[in-house]
Design a protein around this ligand. Structure first.
Ligand code: FRU
Length: 487
């Protein structure tokens, strides 16, 4: 035993520290080591939520992309699995999705085993270097052992690039009324929809968005799904955008409209954001979760994702969020809230002090109900003189997260900024829910109508908080729910 420990030490693998390093998220998924960006291939199958993710296993900055893999029974407590997809002669494995092919339309199923089929972008770095325009193509892989091992289709790619530099991130769903698979693909500055009977042969249906929505950068990682509101079905089209987000860099926008299997028709030309903060990107939803629509994003921003000051790993995912439609100020909007499975790691709640300091645990949910919304701020502090301030400014009707003095910020000039987001309801009462981890805060205001995600890198945990507002009598309830580490 001593000898074994000795060997581990010599190799520098002190396992006691894994998942507990400085800044390491305790309630969010991050890979044990090395680089991650987008969540990929999210699919629920036989009681397990699968999360694949853009992964570079040989370094802590972006590199030749693989699909890493993690599994969970509740989307909160994760187990990292062996790498699912490695780069090959057709290129790196870029983002994409996975589906349960229950009827074996693909023919990949064998001996009654239902295939999981991954649809992803093959990115050929040689073609890119050579300056061609067709180096991104869509390919397939399938698994007959519930997602553990994957076989690439021998006839990849299945959807060839017609000469569009950015031609990637396929999100595939079963379109029941038309009995066909529909692929939503990011094609530079618009979306292209394709359909297929078997996941192998794809035909173009339509294009959307060249002159609609935010266009400050390239369109990436789309998603399309129906959601019900008061018995009526709407279709939501998510389009990630880099750069051009409301607080700079990458961010997730969405459209609401109708989809008929061929075309997406938006209800209006408004620009809407799933999350206004600087650090939610490439967010899309799980497939095969029935009536629940669950969203997960990458908790970083391409402005500085390669420079954040972590050592062993780089970047993490957001908390999974349940999506719903809500009407506010006459507008139909997408709202998100942390999934109820977070209760699985909740400890005993306690009240926030309305005057003076409230002591905070390492990671927690903080809930506040205000009877009448007024200008307020919550200041999170530590003994190093660092602070993170979040709140609401009534004069501008905006929420904000100020991380300018939150610790290490000098790794990139874009980082030490105040992020703002509009309040979208005119209701007087307001609920705020914060999910705070070692190096991140997720801010859900007004039942998730305004959401902001922000990372930060303090020297020590923010273990105290004070509430500042001119009239504390409007605060009806304020509590801290400590959360247990998932590792
Ligand atoms: C989005 C993205 C995708 C691409 C992947 C590459 O963050 O740029 O468009 O597939 O990352 O890692």
């Amino acid at each position: 035993m001593l000898c074994v420990l000795g060997i581990l030490k010599v190799k520098g693998q002190d396992t006691s520290g894994i998942y507990h390093e400085q800044y390491r998220p305790q309630i969010h998924f991050s890979p044990k080591a090395h680089w991650t960006n987008d969540p990929n291939g999210m699919v629920y199958f036989k009681g397990i939520y699968h999360l694949f993710f853009q992964y570079y296993p040989n370094g802590t900055t972006w590199g030749p992309m693989h699909w890493g893999h993690a599994e969970s029974r509740d989307m909160i407590r994760w187990k990292e699995m062996p790498i699912a997809l490695y780069p090959d002669s057709l290129g790196y494995i870029f983002s994409g999705s996975a589906v349960v092919d229950s009827n074996n339309n693909s023919g990949f199923g064998k001996d009654g085993k239902i295939p999981l089929v991954a649809i992803f972008t093959h990115h050929d770095p040689k073609g890119e270097k050579a300056g061609t325009n067709n180096f991104q193509n869509e390919s397939l892989a399938y698994s007959l052992d519930n997602g553990t091992t994957w076989t690439k289709y021998y006839s990849n790619p299945v959807l060839k690039n017609p000469g569009i530099r950015d031609f990637r991130d396929p999100k595939v769903m079963w379109y029941k009324p038309g009995k066909k698979w529909v692929m939503t693909l990011a094609t530079q500055d618009h979306i292209t929809f394709f359909s297929s009977p078997n996941l192998k042969d794809w035909q173009k249906e339509s294009e959307f968005g060249k002159t609609l929505g935010a266009h400050g950068g390239v369109w990436e990682c789309p998603d399309l799904f129906p959601l019900k509101l008061n018995g009526k079905t709407y279709w939501v089209l998510i389009v990630n955008l880099n750069p051009g987000g409301p607080n700079g860099g990458s961010a997730t926008q969405y459209f609401i409209g109708q989809f008929n299997g061929n075309k997406f028709i938006p209800t209006d030309d408004k620009i809407r954001w799933v999350d206004y903060g600087p650090d939610e990107y490439a967010g899309i939803t799980w497939s095969n979760t029935g009536n629940r629509r669950i969203f997960l994003g990458w908790m970083s921003n391409w402005q500085y994702a390669n420079q954040v000051p972590t050592v062993k790993w780089r970047n993490a995912m957001t908390i999974p969020r349940l999506l719903k439609l809500k009407v506010a100020n006459g507008d139909t909007l997408l709202a998100s809230e942390p999934v109820k499975e977070m209760d699985n790691i909740a400890a005993k709640p306690y009240a926030v002090k309305l005057t003076g300091n409230t002591h905070l645990p390492k990671q927690f949910v903080l809930k506040i109900s205000l009877e009448h919304i007024k200008t307020y701020s919550l200041e999170f502090t530590n003994n190093e003189g660092e602070k993170l301030i979040v709140g609401y400014d009534k004069t501008t009707n905006r929420y904000f997260i100020d991380r300018s003095k939150s610790g290490k910020t000098d790794f990139n000039p874009a980082f030490a900024k105040i992020a703002y987001a509009p309040r979208l309801t005119a209701e007087s009462a307001s609920e705020l829910k914060l999910v705070v981890d070692a190096s991140s805060i997720e801010f859900f205001a007004d039942d998730g109508l305004t959401v902001m995600t922000s990372t930060f890198f303090p020297k020590a945990t923010f273990d105290h908080m004070v509430i500042k507002t001119e009239d504390k009598s409007v605060i009806k309830n304020a509590e801290v729910i400590p959360l247990k580490s998932i590792w």
